[in-house]
Design a binder for this molecule. Structure first.
Ligand SMILES: C[S@@+](CC[C@H](N)C(=O)[O-])C[C@H]1O[C@@H](n2cnc3c(N)ncnc32)[C@H](O)[C@@H]1O
Length: 352
């Protein structure tokens, strides 16, 4: 995720009101949300169901009472739910909490209202995270876990057993209420125009069906070369969205991570789609870096991807982004292992 300040500061460079802003790798919708705050139209595309669920909530126009009413209705319903079984689930949640989480999972299936989109994203955010000392200020449903990614089942069980960390019952409705209140929904501006988030592979034309023919601004951050485990790292959230109660190993990636060249070529397919829509005076801002475990030069990959595109892109500026390590990078809350090292990132300002 890039920080909200990045798209906000990019949008601040443009005088035009009501810009049409596109993010073809919208992730959790930071660009989309920034566009909403600044009164611009926002269009996002992502292929991860978790990213889509969270990004859609950034466009939700609803109020606290509607979200809470929906949560209460689902939790009070008599619906029978399938509760996953096994050691992991016994340690991850108290039995009562897991029952309620499963009710929310079932009750939200297929619901598409703004209140449902928001409640779904709130549940995804509350599904796992660190414990707080006081039970009444809990923000998460789970036993001790990292907030940003779901640790793998065997590792988690070993950790909880070694620390004798038994899960405690959580007041699920209260966690939801605390989170809704923090969002200050009534202070959010309405969404402009036909703002939309689409679940699609952004290399393919059909992902752009809801995107207007002309776009003024693209602000995006593609996956870094070698970063392939978006859904496996989010397996618990994927389960909540209707997936299987297990880590989906062997995830299919729409961008090729076989070699830097192949990766640059798949990125170029996205720049081709974007080029079809970006206005002559439009700008594209791309934050791109590398993960340290892959020996690849991110600047070379970025420039090669533009070269491979059928449009003639011009790189206007390249700036070093503030290091992810100096920002709020989360250390692992399950012991002292850290998920990933610092990432060197650059911001590319590009025109046609
Ligand atoms: C670095 S993240 C974007 C994070 C985003 N800027 C934010 O603030 O949340 C890259 C995103 O690209 C998505 N992605 C990867 N390949 C894609 C493709 N071919 N089409 C659409 N989305 C893709 C991943 O699912 C991931 O959410």
């Amino acid at each position: 995720m890039f920080p909200l300040e990045f798209p906000i500061s990019v949008m601040g460079k443009f005088r035009k009101k009501d810009l049409r802003v596109l993010d073809p790798f919208c992730g959790r919708g930071t660009t989309i949300f920034a566009a909403r705050l600044k009164g611009h139209q926002a269009y996002g595309i992502d292929c991860s169901p978790i990213a889509i669920a969270i990004a859609r909530a950034k466009l939700a126009e609803t109020v606290d009472s509607d979200v809470m009413a929906l949560a209460e209705e689902i939790l009070q319903s008599e619906t029978e739910v399938v509760v996953p079984e096994g050691e992991y689930w016994e340690w991850a949640y108290s039995a009562a909490t897991l029952q309620e989480v499963c009710k929310l999972r079932e009750g939200l299936k297929g619901l598409r209202s703004d209140a449902a989109n928001l409640l779904r994203a709130i549940c995804l955010g509350a599904l796992h995270g660190p414990l707080t000392l006081r039970v009444d200020t809990r923000s998460y449903f789970s036993n001790q876990m990292p907030r940003t990614f779901a640790s793998k089942p065997d590792y988690s069980v070993r950790f909880w057993k070694a620390k004798a960390l038994k899960p405690v019952p959580v007041d699920v409705l209260k966690v939801i209420k605390n989170r809704v209140t923090r969002l200050k929904l009534d202070s959010l501006p309405e969404c402009e125009g036909m703002s939309r988030v689409s679940a699609a592979d952004s290399r393919l034309a059909r992902g752009y069906a809801s995107v207007p023919e002309t776009i003024d601004l693209v602000i995006t951050s593609p996956p870094y070369y070698g970063m392939r485990t978006y859904v496996a790292d989010q397996w618990l959230r994927n389960w909540f969205l209707g997936g299987l109660p297990e880590v989906p190993y062997g995830e299919k990636n729409p961008l090729s991570h076989q070699s830097p060249e192949a990766f640059a070529e798949s990125l170029a397919q996205v720049w081709d789609r974007v080029g079809e829509r970006l206005s002559a005076k439009g700008r594209m801002f791309v934050r791109f870096g590398a993960i340290p475990s892959r020996k690849a030069k991110p600047r070379e990959i970025m420039l090669a991807s533009l070269e491979h595109s059928r449009f003639s892109w011009k790189v206007c500026h390249v700036r070093r982004a503030e290091s992810a390590a100096s920002g709020k990078r989360q250390a692992c809350h399950m012991g002292d292992r850290v998920k990933s090292d610092a990432i060197a990132e650059h911001d590319y300002e590009i025109s046609l």
